[in-house]
Ligand binder design. Structure first.
Ligand SMILES: C[S@+](CC[C@H](N)C(=O)[O-])C[C@H]1O[C@@H](n2cnc3c(N)ncnc32)[C@H](O)[C@@H]1O
Length: 264
């Protein structure tokens, strides 16, 4: 019981710290190292074996307060990760390119992204939620030479992301746009789609993409269930007439897991 109380106290503490650090973002790198170490601690917390047990016990309690705390933590941590990408972009553009543990963790997930549906130089890849530091497009384009379009709803993320790509992605075929999938011409020709895990509406967009894409498209849906749902929007049932899951890539030491979908 004590362990459970401590676990819940940790969650409340994380929640307060996320609030404080999100509120103090002022488009400079003032609170950067504090936020980086908070996100690194949080990443370790959600992949920690001991916490998995505490999570199971808490789930059994079916408390509405706890559910609300989890929903809030998911939204707050998503916001803070987006801010942390802004910090990383601003630092890079100022000539400093150190890497936080969280980014190393994400980059090693990208290597495993498409399981048996590999990307080649002929592929056309769409990333929904490209962020201010577009690691996924940069890594994929560098490794494969594929054409990549990243979309985001945040103006600042698009602008920072473009500057980062200009600096790190010389000669790579990467474009970043603030646009919805239904207004993007590229959508009908894409071969691979990746959803960032912290895009809340990702399953609604997946549903919508069914009519907008070609027959052979493969979708990588990043998600996190159970303990990982504290840091990711979890998986949701999809319309089986539209999409079928063809592979599930579980990454126990990583912050998210991946489901691969093809058209049903
Ligand atoms: C922090 S991540 C970026 C992922 C990362 N840079 C990568 O390369 O894998 C999430 C981004 O998704 C964006 N986002 C959230 N909801 C979205 C939506 N409905 N459509 C597009 N982007 C969205 C956020 O603005 C944020 O920049």
């Amino acid at each position: 019981m004590n362990a459970l109380i401590t676990f819940q106290e940790y969650l409340s503490e994380f929640s307060e710290k996320f609030d404080g650090l999100a509120g103090s973002y002022d488009h400079t790198i003032n609170n950067c190292s504090e936020l980086e170490s908070l996100i690194d601690d949080y990443s370790k917390f959600i992949t920690n074996e001991t916490n998995k047990e505490a999570w199971k016990q808490l789930e059994l309690q079916e408390s509405s307060d706890l559910n609300q705390l989890v929903v809030n933590l998911r939204r707050k941590s998503a916001l803070c990760v987006a801010i942390m990408e802004k910090y990383r972009a601003i630092k890079l553009l100022d000539g400093n390119s150190e890497k936080a543990d969280y980014f190393k963790n994400i980059e090693s997930c990208i290597e495993k992204e498409f399981g048996s549906f590999q990307i080649t130089s002929e592929s056309k890849v769409l990333l929904v939620g490209s962020g201010s530091f577009p690691m996924t497009p940069l890594l994929i384009a560098k490794r494969t030479g594929a054409e990549i379009v990243g979309i985001d709803i945040d103006d600042e993320a698009i602008q920072l992301g473009r500057n980062v790509v200009e600096k790190l992605g010389n000669g790579l075929n990467i474009r970043l746009e603030k646009i919805l999938v239904e207004n993007l011409d590229f959508t009908k020709n894409v071969t691979h789609i990746i959803f960032s895990s912290t895009v809340e509406s990702k399953y609604d967009i997946l549903d919508q993409l069914h009519t907008l894409t070609n027959e052979n498209v493969v979708v990588a849906m990043r998600y996190g269930n159970q303990l990982k749902s504290l840091f990711n929007f979890p998986s949701r049932e999809v319309d089986g007439q539209k999409w079928k899951m063809v592979e599930e890539i579980l990454l126990p030491d990583h912050v998210f897991d991946i489901e691969l979908y093809k058209k049903a």
